[in-house]
Design a protein around this ligand. Sequence first.
Ligand SMILES: [Fe+2]
Length: 151
Amino acid sequence: MPGDNAKKALIDSLNGLLADFFTLYLKTKSFHWHVAGPNFRELHLLFDEHATELFTLTDIIAERVRKNGGNTLTSIASIAGKASIKDDDRTKIDAMEMVKSLRDDNAKLVKAIRAVKDAATAAGDNATEGLADDWTDQAEQRVWFLTQTIA
Ligand SMILES: [Fe+2]
């Protein structure tokens, strides 16, 4: 049987991932609101699609923590304390810089999801392990769309 340490590591890993999802959600939404330039409509809509995907998974990730017996994030401050993805409060950013920034953040998310999956394996949490594959596919799809937008 996996020990308490493996379970605790999984809970910490899931809460860190949740903080990153919330942070990237708000950053993507901010870029949706502030993007400007000749590709406005396309990027405005793409960023909104990505923000919706990110937000939808927050509930699922938080409830994986609860189903594992842990407490999850409670506030904006708790998100800020655990996120590894950086905020960007600028309102005037070149549109392609926005795309590159979100591409890099989503690539970072792929790595964080892989770490959660490894922690889930160690803790014997099959459900999180299975869900993580879907989270990875979604994140890789966002990386792909953002990358192709730059090319
Ligand atoms: Fe909107």
